[in-house]
Write a protein that binds this ligand. Structure first.
Ligand code: HAM
Length: 422
């Protein structure tokens, strides 16, 4: 590098996704898309740039995200932001485009970058990626159960095991107020046992005390002994019972916990979170819930809605080798030695591509060993080797990179042979 020339690094908490990793991402996205198709979800893409007011109103002025983590971009008289999440944006798009009138109930999915100015650590980035869904326009508890089952479906598709699904109900807005009062009542004599942050939360947002990571606070919370019938009204209790019964019928393993609260204010009734012990401190793979008041809060009609989002980076941390997403991405790497072999190999690439078989070669005149290394690095399924001997015999030495075996195959049948073996 030349002296005195400033060099640049990606901003803290962001990451370049280089080709090998990008291939894995595509594979995860493809698997998720397959599941979304199965459940009748359609894609939606909303801008990365939104008006910051959308999130202030939707997530709540007192939430960590709005108070501390928004990437704000003031421009002339307006304040934009890089979206910290997509639920509010999807609801905005649903209303702005009158989808409530033209389509009514809609099942939408999205994949893309979100931005939060958090302190970066393992599994916590400033630019991270959501794979999420929003089912807008229904208050039916069957939708809640279907969404939780869909989330499980994605984990199964990625062969992720060892996760835990936690669910809870916060009830309708009136129930949330009852819960607020109840919590304040139960906690008011225990403030000295709570951490400084929780003392602050007691006045600002008492729900957040329930998921404080401080051991002392956790102990206080575990002794609260909250019961659903203390704060959920009859219809909300019934809604939650239907959700749980459906999950039982679908054999979804879940754990019901009154201390599960979410960091966003828009949630009502069912909320859920999926955690994985392999992720360390940031153990939430994904989370979501119902938000039956957000649509009216953004100026729309009275419509129920529910959704969730997985963190793509966290899914990858939990995905095992056998999930299939780390598999080979090239079918054949063609290795040639000498000019004649290169000419023949070049034509073979064309034939393979016409047969829709992915392939590549190295044009740098490297040694056999160096080309084999390239074949290996490109994670090719087969290496097709062409040297003087092979040219003379009109064959190709086809090496199965998985099994390690090698066979000579005639030029005339090579494409069909490879097709059959793939
Ligand atoms: P959230 O819990 O804030 O929910 O984010 C969902 C998931 O995104 C988390 O469980 C985690 O896997 C991942 N995630 C969040 N922040 C970060 C970060 N800084 N770095 C890496 N991964 C992260 C929502 O955003 C809601 N919009 C979900 C939803 C959809 N609720 C209803 N519909």
């Amino acid at each position: 590098m030349k002296e005195n020339i400033e060099t640049f690094k990606a901003p803290t908490g962001t990451k370049d996704i280089l080709p090998a990793e990008a291939a894995v991402w595509l594979s995860v996205e493809e698997k998720c898309r397959d599941i979304f198709d199965l459940y009748g979800y359609k894609p939606i893409r909303t801008p990365i740039l939104e008006h910051s007011g959308l999130f202030n109103r939707s997530l709540g002025e007192e939430t960590e995200i709005v108070k501390k983590q928004m990437f704000l971009i003031p421009r002339q008289t307006e304040i934009f932001c890089l979206r910290p999440e997509a639920t509010a944006a999807v609801v905005r798009a649903y209303l702005e485009n009158n989808l409530d009138k033209t389509d009514g109930f809609m099942k939408l999915y999205y994949m893309g970058p979100m931005f939060r100015a958090e302190r970066p650590q393992k599994g916590r980035l400033r630019q991270f990626h959501h794979i999420g869904i929003e089912a807008i326009g229904s208050s039916n508890p069957y939708v809640d159960s279907e969404i939780i089952a869909l989330a499980r479906g994605i984990l199964e598709e990625l062969k992720i095991s060892g996760y835990q699904i936690k669910i809870n109900s916060l009830g309708c807005p009136e129930d949330k107020q009852t819960l607020n009062r109840l919590l304040r009542e139960k906690l008011k004599d225990k403030l000295e046992k709570l951490c400084e942050d929780c003392n602050d939360r007691f006045n600002r947002n008492v729900f957040r005390i329930l998921d404080c990571k401080n051991d002392g606070c956790k102990q206080v919370v575990s002794e609260l002994d909250l019961q659903y019938n203390e704060y959920l009204c009859q219809p909300c209790l019934q809604h939650f019972t239907i959700v749980k019964n459906n999950l039982d019928a679908l054999k979804v393993d879940y754990h019901s916990s009154t201390s599960l609260v979410r960091g966003l204010d828009y949630y009502t009734k069912t909320v859920f979170e999926i955690s994985h012990p392999g992720l360390g401190a940031q153990d939430a793979l994904g989370a979501g819930g119902r938000y039956d008041t957000l649509i009216t809060n953004l100026g729309g009609p009275h419509l129920g809605a529910m959704g969730f989002a997985f963190g793509l980076e966290r899914l990858l941390l939990a995905a095992p080798q056998e999930s299939g997403v780390f598999a080979e991405n090239l079918s054949v790497f063609v290795i040639t030695l000498g000019e004649q072999a290169q000419k023949k190999g070049f034509l073979l690439l064309q034939e393979l591509r016409q047969a829709r078989i992915s392939c590549d070669m190295d044009y740098e005149d490297k040694s056999l060993k160096a080309q084999m290394r390239k074949a290996h690095d490109s994670k090719a399924r087969f290496a097709a080797i062409l040297g003087e001997n092979e040219l003379a015999k009109q064959v190709i030495a086809l090496k199965d990179m998985r099994a390690g075996s090698q066979h000579e195959i005639a030029f005339t049948t090579i494409v069909n042979e490879i097709k059959e073996r793939l």
